[in-house]
Design a protein around this ligand. Structure first.
Ligand code: BES
Ligand code: MN
Ligand code: ZN
Length: 479
């Protein structure tokens, strides 16, 4: 779907429908219409009792040149998220009614980016494997016009949304299509297309580099692990930022195998990695004055004759030893090496994204990511970016030294599971062991929000692309 700025007259618009964004009780944008049309609409609005409440939509069939008019309410509280949702609501209705195009009217300049995001994300569907579409004569919305839209806002909105769709598409691919090797090929292709540097390390390189934690997790699978390093380097970078993504292309649990119900959807255990790729794609297009590195430890966690076991002791890249208590706590083991590598790059900061723990979903619910950080300013900036983007995060503590003792091992430096209580926190504390001294670091546990069980405004059932919008917003507003 394309989004363009429409600068013609509204009464001359040649598309299928008009979508008016209505602030509660304020119908002034309808003044742009011809008097007689406006009169008819006002009567219907009154009869229907529509006031412009947020998350409400009123459809008014016209049957003229423009086939329908929709009013989407944005209520009284004006923030980006309300507009993002209203926009998705509008685009979904256009799609349902099988129209090809619509003109969005009444969007303030400051909300245009969010509206473009909402429209593109709302129109998204992952149906490439359906040989027979649910609805044979279904149509995709081809074009949305933004009335008097600002070109720069539209461009930004498109870059943000398309990066998220790129991530969603990858996450939605199942484990028989995306494995560590194919994921690394996709990363290479992205780098080539976008003019980024990309180095892929195979299982031999991984061992030579001392990344035995990542290697061990990948051992049980017949598809070997890969380590992916992508770089965007501008002329005079002001900062160096590293994004790290958990890239478990499938998490069966390994020898501590998951029961069937829990194994289902574990193709999404690569969501952090796919978010990193989405971010790198957008960074290549946005060209900020920051050096940005994307690191992915890709592996498939499988039981098998060569699988790593409970009781195994593994030395990670930074020299610390890990005792394996549970092979299903594999994400933190892979990230141990990737965070060690990230620290050797001596960056200003590291942000990792990982579908790390079910415990984080127990703590915060499935719509909010856990935020952990060793730096208050970094945490505050991410919280600010969260408010702006509508991607919910909530900070959890790392200062409970008594809890930290749970990841101490009797036979090694750390153990990979700290038990049931505070599971998201002990997992984050485990990661912290592999972050170099003095490096600012934030960890986002996205186990919940990476996947949506139901349609919700700009989310379709399936992968959400969570983290992409948040991290891009953080990058743009902190550099
Ligand atoms: N990938 C899972 C976490 C997860 C669970 C992500 C549900 C998305 C939805 C992770 O590797 C895992 O299995 N974690 C275990 C850790 C435990 C064995 C200490 C968990 O959360 O149960
Ligand atoms: Mn697991
Ligand atoms: Zn996992």
């Amino acid at each position: 779907m394309n989004v363009i700025s429409y600068r013609g007259g509204i009464n001359e618009y040649a598309g299928d429908c008009l979508v008016f964004f209505i602030k509660e009780g304020d119908f002034s944008t309808l003044d742009l219409l011809q008097d007689n049309t406006k009169k008819i609409l006002k009567k219907i609005i009154e009869a229907e009792g529509f006031k412009g409440e947020k998350e409400k939509l009123l459809k008014i069939p016209l049957g003229d040149r423009v086939k329908s008019v929709y009013l989407v309410g944005v209520g009284k509280s004006v923030d980006d998220e309300v507009y993002r949702r209203a926009s998705a609501l509008g685009v979904r209705q256009i799609k349902k009614d099988k129209y090809k195009s619509g003109l969005f009217i009444g969007v303030d300049k400051e909300r245009e980016r969010a509206v473009v995001e909402g429209a593109i994300l709302g129109n998204y569907e992952f149906d490439k494997y359906k040989t027979k579409k649910d609805n044979e004569n279904k149509r995709n919305v081809e074009e949305v016009g933004l009335y008097m839209g600002d070109e720069e806002n539209i461009k930004l909105g498109k870059i943000f949304a398309e990066a998220q769709i790129y991530a969603r598409n990858l996450v939605n691919e199942p484990g028989n299509v995306i494995n560590p090797v194919t994921l690394s090929e996709i990363a290479k292709k992205l780098a080539e297309d976008k003019g980024l540097e990309c180095k892929v390390y195979d299982e031999k390189d991984i061992q030579k580099m001392g990344m035995l934690a990542l290697y061990s997790v990948g051992k049980g699978s017949s598809t070997p692990p890969r380590f992916i390093h992508i770089v965007y380097k501008p002329e005079k970078p002001k900062k160096k930022v590293v994004f790290v993504g958990k890239g478990l292309t499938f998490d069966s649990g390994g020898l501590n195998i998951k029961p069937g119900d829990y194994m289902r959807t574990m193709k999404i255990d690569k969501s952090g990695a796919c978010a990193v790729l989405g971010i790198m794609k957008a960074v290549a297009e946005l060209k900020p004055d920051v050096e940005v590195h994307g690191l992915i430890g890709a592996a498939e966690n499988m039981p098998g004759g060569n699988a790593y076991r409970p009781d195994d002791i593994i030395r990670a890249k930074n020299g610390k030893t890990i005792e394996i208590d549970n092979t299903d706590a594999e994400g933190r083991v892979t990230l141990a090496d990737v965070l060690s590598y990230a620290s050797e790059l001596k960056p200003d900061l590291i942000i990792d994204m990982a579908t790390l723990t079910g415990a984080c979903m127990v703590a915060l619910g499935e719509y909010t990511a856990g935020l952990f950080s060793n730096d208050d300013d970094l945490a505050r900036s991410l919280e600010e970016a969260s408010r702006k983007t509508g991607e919910r995060i909530w900070r959890l503590p790392l200062d409970d030294e008594r809890l930290r003792k749970k990841i101490k091992s009797n036979v090694a430096d750390v153990v990979n599971s700290g038990g049931r209580y505070g599971g998201a926190i002990t997992a984050a504390m485990f990661l912290q062991e592999f972050v170099g001294e003095g490096i600012k670091w934030a960890h986002l546990d996205i186990a919940g929000p990476a996947y949506s069980k139901e349609d919700f405004f700009y989310y379709q059932k399936g992968a959400t692309g969570f983290g992409v919008r948040l991290c891009l917003e953080y990058l743009l507003s902190n550099t």
